[in-house]
Design a protein around this ligand. Structure first.
Ligand code: ZN
Length: 182
């Protein structure tokens, strides 16, 4: 559960970061900007702010806004029925992205959220600064974290299957539940 007040704070912070990235949103995009806690009730440590710009049966374009040190939990994009797993390119629009992939254990700049070591298995740190980008082939496990000044990342992908994509942490609920009046 995420509090209504946290949703509002998250949206404002995301709009600020987007301004720094010189990215404009329409009113409708701003109103629908998702503030996610992934059901962990640990926002802003584990969470993210996501604006969906394009989401068709074939392609997706999202803007992922991360607060300083905020972590988007480990997940991967698998095939669902006839829909192949999502291929995703991450391109940094503002700040520094800490991205974690399978491979040699090496974490220098970022950190695993406290007490969550078992559900953050990717330990190979890749630091990307605007305007660097990386393409992840479908099925690659990954998690990411905002840099010291906050981070804006374009996620350019084939058809988004996000609501069904698996996370390593079994307690995650992808669709946010907002606690009104708080
Ligand atoms: Zn992803």
């Amino acid at each position: 559960m995420i509090k209504r007040s946290e949703v509002e704070t998250g949206r404002e912070a995301a709009v600020d970061l987007l301004k720094k990235a010189h990215i404009m949103l329409s009113d409708a995009e701003r109103m629908s900007l998702e503030v996610a806690d992934f059901g962990l009730t640990n926002w802003p440590a584990e969470g993210s702010q996501i604006a969906t710009i394009v989401n068709t049966d074939r392609i997706g374009l999202k803007l992922i806004c991360l607060l300083p040190g905020q972590t988007l939990p480990e997940h991967w994009h698998t095939a669902i029925g006839d829909t192949p797993g999502k291929e995703e390119t991450l391109r940094v629009a503002y700040g520094t992205l800490r991205l974690y992939l399978p491979g040699v254990e090496m974490i220098l700049e970022g950190r695993i959220p406290e007490g969550k070591e078992p559900v953050y298995t990717c330990r190979n740190e890749v630091i990307l600064r605007a305007p660097e980008q990386i393409t992840l082939i479908p099925g690659t496990k990954h998690w990411m974290q905002g840099g010291a000044e906050g981070t804006v990342v374009y996620s350019i992908s084939s058809a988004a299957t996000c609501p069904l994509d698996p996370f390593t942490d079994p307690t995650i609920k992808r669709m946010p539940e907002i606690m009104e009046g708080t």
